[in-house]
Design a protein around this ligand. Structure first.
Ligand code: ZN
Length: 82
């Protein structure tokens, strides 16, 4: 029971931009009327598809991203070259 409560707080999911992992997305649309439409002011991404990941995972990915140069990120997502 105690463990369960612990996990509940730990496994908090956040919504991030699938393009640049910006967690500060703007939601456009009428709640309950239209599906939420997300706008990322950082990279200009707009769409209905966003990434929902646990907060822990977000920090892990972000750390990995910052270790690489920005041009490397896009490349590693489309095809892996070593
Ligand atoms: Zn973005």
């Amino acid at each position: 029971m105690k463990d369960r409560e612990k996990n509940k707080g730990k496994n908090k999911n956040i919504i991030v931009c699938p393009n640049c992992l910006n967690p500060h997305l703007k939601i456009v649309g009428l709640p309950g009327v239209t599906p939420p439409y997300y706008v990322c002011e950082k990279c200009g991404y707009r769409g209905y598809v966003v990434l929902e990941i646990p907060l822990e995972e977000y920090f892990k990915i972000k750390r990995r991203f910052s270790e690489r140069s920005k041009s490397d990120i896009k490349f590693s997502l489309s095809q892996h070259r070593e």
